[in-house]
Design a protein around this ligand. Structure first.
Ligand code: DOR
Ligand code: ZN
Length: 341
């Protein structure tokens, strides 16, 4: 048995409406808080949108849940410094998300050129609002497996030099290059469970595996190892962010399938498995429950959760509004289970 201060998920996609209700309880039964991504259609670009979305999330929570959604704004070419200051004053918007236009799911309203956002980024530096970065270039000439590395060279490095005071989280890092950049520059970074557990072979094992497709795409084994080392290193700048991204079965199993891996049904259990495999279960609590809160300047949770070594089988699918979704490891075995309260 393993007892932890209750963890938080610093990168989560909840969607909206009935599908949200079907996934939210998975997160709320494990995590105290989650940073909720704003890539809805239309995006959550204004504080008023975030307020309404937050209310819908709270209304969809199971009765008695103490889960707290931490809201984000979607950065666009038109985000004004005034909106940033308004977000800061709101108390419920905790970060702003930067999607390069066209980089991933619902990113078409994203930023076309980050230099256009100079004033918004300066406002964020001034008031201490973190920028959460989807770190991939969209240049079609850049190989899809190199898009994170090239993003560091072309965008992140210059951004860090230009906005020295800006609090940055490099989201869902997938490469050794990203680990090195975080270590050298003192910015924050989230790491998903799926990037700790799988390398790119998982996309093609025995055939094409749409449920292992996400963005940034899985990388080589050497990169997976670098991520694992970072997660267990004790460097407080690395913290848990699942990037759990639910899509219906039909939109994944398609001639042009969506990017996104759903892990909320077993999120902390997947991380426990990865840390155990690395012989570093004792490093899990800092990564999952302390580092993110410290980075965001929020209090650590006080409640505890217990994980027990007890096998269970992941369902083949879960309800998802009018459809179903296929979770990671569908039909397969989990070694860890969250103990009932
Ligand atoms: O795999 C992903 N899915 N990566 C993202 O960046 C977006 C996410 C989603 O919203 O489905
Ligand atoms: Zn995401």
């Amino acid at each position: 048995m393993l007892t932890l201060i209750q963890p938080d998920d610093w990168h989560l996609h909840l969607r909206d409406g009935l599908p949200m209700k079907d996934v939210l309880h998975h997160t709320a039964s494990r995590f105290g808080r989650a940073i909720v991504m704003p890539n809805l259609r239309p995006p959550v670009a204004k504080v008023a949108d975030a307020l309404a979305y937050r209310r819908r999330i709270l209304d969809a929570l199971p009765a008695g849940s103490g889960f707290e959604p931490l809201m984000t704004l979607y950065l666009t070419d038109n985000t004004s410094p005034e909106e940033i200051f308004l977000a800061k004053r709101s108390g419920f918007v905790h970060a702003v998300k930067y999607y390069p236009a066209g980089a991933t799911t619902n990113s078409d309203s994203g930023v076309t050129d980050i230099s256009i956002c100079h004033d918004a980024l300066e406002a964020m530096s001034e008031c201490g609002m973190p920028l959460l970065v989807h770190g991939e270039v969209t240049d079609p000439l850049v190989d899809v497996f190199d898009r994170e590395k090239v993003f560091i060279e072309r965008v992140l490095s210059p951004m860090k030099r230009r906005h020295g005071k800006l609090k940055i989280v490099f989201e869902h890092i997938t490469t050794k290059d990203a680990v090195d950049f975080v270590n050298e520059n003192g910015i924050g970074a989230t790491i998903t469970a799926h990037h700790l557990l799988m390398n790119r072979n998982a996309l093609f094992s025995g055939g094409l595996r749409p449920h292992h497709y996400c963005l940034p795409v899985l990388k080589r084994e050497c990169h997976r190892r670098a991520l694992m080392e970072a997660a267990i290193s004790g460097n407080p700048k690395f913290f848990l962010g699942t990037d759990s991204a639910p899509h219906s079965r039909s939109s994944k199993e398609s001639s042009c399938g969506c990017a996104g891996i759903y892990t909320s049904h077993a999120a902390i259990e997947f991380y426990a498995e990865a840390f155990e495999e690395a012989g570093a279960l004792d490093a899990l609590e800092a990564f999952a429950s302390f580092n993110g809160a410290d980075f965001y300047g929020l209090p650590r949770n006080e409640k505890k959760i217990a994980l027990v070594r007890e096998e269970w089988v992941v369902p083949e699918s879960y309800p998802f509004g009018d459809e179903t979704l296929v979770p990671l490891r569908a039909g397969g075995r989990m070694a860890w289970k969250v103990a009932e309260e």
